[in-house]
Design a binder for this molecule. Structure first.
Ligand code: B12
Ligand code: SF4
Length: 480
């Protein structure tokens, strides 16, 4: 049986994908690895195709002639374009079987099924997808497979849910050889992706990770990680992104892992997401991480006010945020800080103080608008209290949708204004021409490059968004 794996065409709201155009879709390789022993597999990683284009999928549909089209829908915002794609594909190839999975598929299951997706895989995908493909090969029905949803006539049916595997290292190796070979941004070679852990045991109320993976943290063994790194290096890649949500939560295991990287004299650069308290409480771990090639640490600082951090249940503190920045800088690791604009009850002064502190302490400052994501505790709380401006599309573009208290228009105007200030404030401009501390050459180069990339892609993002809005406005008027 032939299986084509893909994801949504690249869209204007994929701003982080523009920032990191060298991170391949590891989830597609994981699913490919789960079935490659009995299926012929092909991956079209659309985020690296032309902007908004589904050309590569159509080409693969006609050249490769798959029996199954499997589409990843990890981001809620992607559901609409996936629905449209499925409708178009089904109109041309009615016998093609379509499957989807991921966070977006969990939240907008009905929309996908009604658009023509045959099966939704709920939750962790590898084993369920394997069983589903086996059932299709054997021409068995889906009723016995745990963790899937489908339409029976007009009725939505969900089979009993499948528990997560205890040991994620026991899952099949990702078939990275099917991923596109992407030129690395920060090193001269090529880039790949690696997963060491899955999930997180914190519960920040805005975060969708724990809504999907539940509150839990599973880590691969050192030997499994070394095997995957071998695979990455043998494919000629010397940089990788960790897809972990919160690197290093199991401190002891992480030490062992990093020590093994060092002992095996493995040469690569890597980038990870990490909590500020993990950094602040474990400076030796960070030193070791830097020695093994950690180049950029993406840290969710969110705010430098303890009150704000309490409101979003971050369970860290402003002191730890500042300490984390210093420790990372001491180890020549680029501090890529994520922040939230518009946290409830945050005063204007509080935000301003936080903003300046962040600009001064991060190498790259990034900010997103406070916007509850469907499925998160915050979304549920606000929805129950009638505080959400609900659209049927569940806030796909992460706008400010909170009702009451603050004006939406003002919030979105201020967000844009501050977004511009991130790049044009004297602090940011000074950072570009005169790095604030003496640093090793290479991280500075990385920092400057990342800052320029951020600026360029943010401008592009706003341009795309504006153009798109203008076009749809014109279209609406024409059709009237
Ligand atoms: C690494 C990462 C990125 C990387 C690269 C992603 C990539 N190329 O794979 C970069 C930095 C480029 C990125 C970009 C973005 N990301 Co991102 N990203 C992640 C992160 C941290 C890990 C993704 C991952 O590989 N997970 C590991 C695999 C194992 O999990 P998985 O993808 O969910 O897949 C499993 C199941 O869901 C299921 N499954 C998934 N797809 C399918 C398909 C089928 C057919 C089947 C059967 C099963 C199945 O099986 C898989 C294996 O078990 C996640 C958080 C997370 N933990 O998922 C956020 C996350 C997915 N990203 C998110 C967002 C918002 C974005 C951006 C939209 C940000 C932006 N504004 O630009 C962009 C656009 C992404 C896009 N095109 O859709 C959000 C989505 C929020 C939401 N609920 O909608 C997440 C959840 C983080 C968060 N909490 O905010 N991202
Ligand atoms: S620490 Fe990060 S991954 Fe964990 S719940 Fe908070 S935001 Fe989500």
């Amino acid at each position: 049986m032939k299986v084509l794996l893909t994801n949504s065409p690249l869209q204007f709201y994929h701003i982080v994908t523009f920032l990191y155009p060298d991170c391949p879709a590891l989830n597609l390789a994981m699913l490919a690895g789960a079935v490659e022993d009995f299926c012929e597999v092909k991956i079209v990683d659309n985020w690296h195709s032309k902007y908004k284009s589904d050309e590569d999928i159509w080409k693969a549909l006609f050249d490769f002639k798959p029996h199954v089209l499997a589409i990843s829908n990890s981001t809620v915002a992607d559901t609409d374009c996936i629905c449209e794609l499925v409708k178009n594909v089904r109109a041309v190839l009615p016998s093609l079987i379509t499957v989807s999975g991921g966070y977006g598929a969990m939240v907008r299951k009905s929309d996908l099924l009604r658009a023509g997706v045959d099966f939704i895989v709920d939750g962790e995908g590898e084993l369920t997808f394997r069983e589903l493909m086996k059932a299709l090969v054997d021409k068995r029905g889906p009723e016995e497979i745990a963790g899937i949803s489908y339409l029976d006539g007009n009725k939505e049916v969900s089979t009993p849910s499948r528990p997560f595997v205890d040991d994620i290292g026991s899952l099949p190796l990702p078939a990275r050889q099917y991923l596109p070979r992407l030129k690395a941004l920060f090193t001269p070679g090529y880039s790949s992706a690696l997963e060491i852990s899955r999930g997180c045991f914190f519960d920040c109320n805005f975060c969708s990770v724990t809504s999907f993976w539940k509150k839990g943290y599973r880590v691969k063994s050192v030997s499994r990680v070394l095997t995957e790194i071998d695979q990455i290096l043998s494919l000629g890649c010397d940089q990788f992104y960790l897809t972990d949500d919160s690197f290093g939560l199991d401190v002891k295991k992480t030490y062992e892992m990093l020590q093994a990287f060092k002992d095996n004299n493995l040469k690569f650069k890597w980038i990870t997401q990490i909590r500020s308290d993990t950094v602040a409480q474990n400076p030796d771990l960070i030193k070791l991480a830097g020695e093994t090639g950690l180049t950029v640490a993406i840290v969710g600082f969110e705010s430098y006010s303890d009150e704000d951090l309490k409101t979003i249940n971050k369970q860290s503190s402003s002191g730890k945020n500042l300490m984390a920045s210093n420790i990372l800088k001491e180890n020549n690791i680029v501090v890529f800080g994520l922040h939230i604009f518009g946290i409830p009850d945050q005063s204007f002064n509080q935000f301003n103080r936080s903003f300046v502190t962040g600009l001064l302490s991060c190498d790259v400052y990034r900010m997103s608008l406070f916007s509850p994501l469907p499925g998160t505790p915050l979304w549920e709380e606000y929805r129950k209290d009638g505080k959400l401006l609900l659209s049927e599309k569940l806030n796909p573009y992460l706008d400010y949708i909170v009702i009451g208290g603050r004006s939406r228009l003002l919030m979105s105007f201020l967000f844009k204004l501050y977004s511009l200030l991130i790049y044009f404030s004297p602090i940011s401009l000074a950072k570009l021409v005169w790095p604030q501390i003496r640093r090793h050459d290479s991280p500075i180069a990385v920092m400057r490059r990342t800052a320029f990339f951020s600026l360029w892609h943010t401008l592009k993002f706003y341009m795309y968004r504006k153009v798109k809005r203008c076009l749809s406005f014109k279209q609406e008027h024409k059709s009237r």
